[in-house]
Design a protein around this ligand. Structure first.
Ligand code: CA
Length: 251
């Protein structure tokens, strides 16, 4: 199998070389660039499977590079940052990174995250054959981390997908922030309560775009959040397998 190309955007030459060594030893084909404009050019030429993106870069910074890549592509982006205060924004709607690591990080951890992102992206591609669940008017493609509202795709990040899935399992139940943290825990170990609120805020904004008449998420003061289905949606309609999305779901 051809090694999959990984774009490494890092302006510290020693760090870039170290990351490339680890990635190569793990069977990937790393390609390093040291600035933002180089990153955009290399992205177009290389079509990498994952992008490792340092936040502080000369010229075009990592935030802007991430924003531009995200506009053009769903490529998994792992942000490398020394700025913990930026994390909520990085994973949020505006920037759209898929995961992050704070410096100092171990190259081994970087490789583990790359592997996880690739697994997730591959799962999304194969999503048609995977498990689907419908709740009210929502349809969830679990392995692909994709969601629809009445055949309209919802542009959710993996964190938002897991939040919405948890809130609808079943709808109408109050979930404490700690429980929502558990639900998104799988890939994001250092997420705070406050970050849950900010992810819920982003999720709510996307739901409002798709369901302007009903955003569904209710804050329960002092406890957490609850999701109420529209009154005309039968809450009991929790069915497995792709009844709606065009596959016969008989896997
Ligand atoms: Ca840097």
């Amino acid at each position: 199998m051809t090694p999959r190309p990984i774009l490494v955007v890092e302006d510290e030459p020693k760090l870039a070389a170290l990351l490339c060594d680890y990635l190569r030893a793990s069977g990937y084909a790393p390609h390093a660039v040291a600035d933002g404009h180089g990153a955009l050019a290399a992205f177009a030429a290389l079509a990498p499977a994952v992008v490792l993106l340092d936040l502080n870069l000369p010229g075009l910074d990592g935030l802007e590079v991430c924003r531009r890549l995200r506009r053009a592509s769903d490529v998994p982006i792992l942000m490398l940052t020394a700025r913990v205060d930026e994390v909520d924004r990085l994973l949020g709607l505006e920037i759209g990174a898929d995961d992050y690591l704070c410096k100092p990080y171990s190259p081994r951890e970087v490789v583990a995250r790359v592997r996880a992102l690739l697994r997730r992206a591959d799962g999304a591609l194969a999503g048609g054959a995977g498990q689907r669940a419908s709740v009210g008017g929502f349809l969830f493609d679990e392995p692909g981390l994709r969601a629809w509202w009445r055949d309209r795709a919802l542009p959710l990040t993996p964190v938002e997908f897991r939040l919405l899935r948890a809130l609808l399992q079943p709808p109408g139940r109050v979930l404490a922030r700690a429980q929502l943290l558990d639900a998104i825990h799988a890939d994001f170990r250092d997420v705070s309560d406050r970050a849950v609120d900010s992810h819920v805020k982003n999720l709510r904004r996307k739901l409002q775009a798709a369901l302007p008449e009903h955003d569904g998420i209710v804050s329960v003061y002092g406890l957490g959040y609850r999701f109420d289905l529209p009154l005309d949606e039968p809450a009991a309609a929790v069915a497995l397998a792709g009844a709606k999305a065009g596959t016969d779901g008989s896997a």
